[in-house]
Design a binder for this molecule. Structure first.
Ligand code: SF4
Ligand code: SF4
Length: 319
């Protein structure tokens, strides 16, 4: 089959950096991957196209790129899955990374984020003889995070990193989760406190699900971030806007069967945090002008008793 590729090129040596789009047409076998198609271009059409790949078996994590706007390992992505009738594929380097040339990025930012979470075991003691033996179950629990191949796809498409480069990032949180769950580590509380308190920490994730969608290894970083939030709260870290937001949400839905948006905004800011409350004032005024201000005294939903029963049932089950 024939497929068209539109590739974003970048030459750092051309007057301080030149970016352009280049189109190619190649014949590929119906079972070919996007990586096969790109290699065909490089070997038979245009030897100047720069890309990175190694294992070709979705193990090394080298060939992450954006295809049609989403980060993918191109060695794992078949052409027909995205282009059943030879439609043109748009291929770009991954986002939120520094581009070196064409489709090649550096992982400097990625590893800076990983290093922020101290990605190594910190046991309280080292056994004098033999190994530190732990249960199979506790190791199996870690497998999800340990499946990470450091490809950077989740970082590429993280919507928070696009606007806040200080965010710790999905892969680093998945790594942090692994050490908070490892029974050999002695720094769980300190780790949770740091992830909770730090600027760019766990409460800055917007739960957009993008990292879950693009992770080629099923690590589901967002789910692990949510577990980190729960663990941080259980460990007594309740001093954040994120925690106040969660608590207010929980209480207002339980009480009224619906969200009390006015109270949510004030609770999240903190009732004594005057500067933050003043920041909210223009938003409130704008909402009022457009008739969008939520009622100051919330209406109860007709089904609020049913909602309360649901809460009771779920909370009863978890006891
Ligand atoms: S769910 Fe959170 S960490 Fe994952 S991509 Fe969205 S904002 Fe980033
Ligand atoms: S969590 Fe998934 S997407 Fe992110 S670096 Fe690891 S394997 Fe890649």
């Amino acid at each position: 089959m024939q497929v068209g590729l539109k590739v974003k090129r970048f030459d750092p040596t051309d007057s301080g950096g030149k970016t352009w789009w280049q189109e190619y047409e190649v014949d590929v076998h119906p079972d070919s991957t996007v990586l096969d198609a790109l290699i065909q271009v490089r070997e038979h059409v245009d030897g100047t196209l720069a890309m990175r790949c190694a294992c070709r078996a979705s193990i090394c994590g080298s060939c992450g790129m954006k295809v049609n706007g989403n980060a993918k390992l191109v060695c794992k992505t078949r052409v027909v899955s995205l282009s059943p009738n030879g439609e043109q594929l748009i291929i770009e380097p991954m986002g939120n990374h520094h581009v070196v040339r064409d489709l090649v990025i550096t992982l400097d930012t990625f590893f800076d984020q990983i290093n922020r979470v101290e990605p190594y075991l910190q046991p309280s003691f080292v056994p004098e003889h033999g190994e530190y033996v732990v249960s199979n179950e506790s190791m199996e629990n870690l497998l999800k995070s340990m499946n990470c191949i450091m490809c950077g796809c989740c970082v590429s498409d993280c919507t928070v990193l696009e606007v806040d480069s200080n965010f710790i990032g999905p892969a680093a949180f998945a790594k942090a989760w692994r050490f908070t769950e490892d029974p050999r580590d002695s720094k769980r509380d300190e780790r949770l406190k740091a992830l909770n308190d730090e600027d760019g920490g766990i409460w800055d994730c917007t739960r957009c699900l993008k990292c879950v969608e693009v992770c080629p290894k099923g690590v589901d970083p967002m789910d692990l971030i949510m577990e980190l939030r729960e663990s941080a709260i259980e460990a007594g870290n309740t001093n954040t806007h994120g925690y106040h937001h969660t608590e207010s949400f929980y209480k207002s839905v339980k009480k009224n069967g619906r969200l009390d948006e006015t109270r949510l905004a004030i609770d999240s800011a903190g009732w004594t945090n005057i500067p933050r409350l003043l920041d909210l004032a223009p938003i409130g005024l704008a909402a009022m002008r457009r008739g969008k201000l939520p009622p100051l005294i919330p209406h109860k939903s007709e089904d609020h008793k049913k909602v309360r029963e649901l809460y009771d049932s779920v909370e009863g089950e978890s006891k």
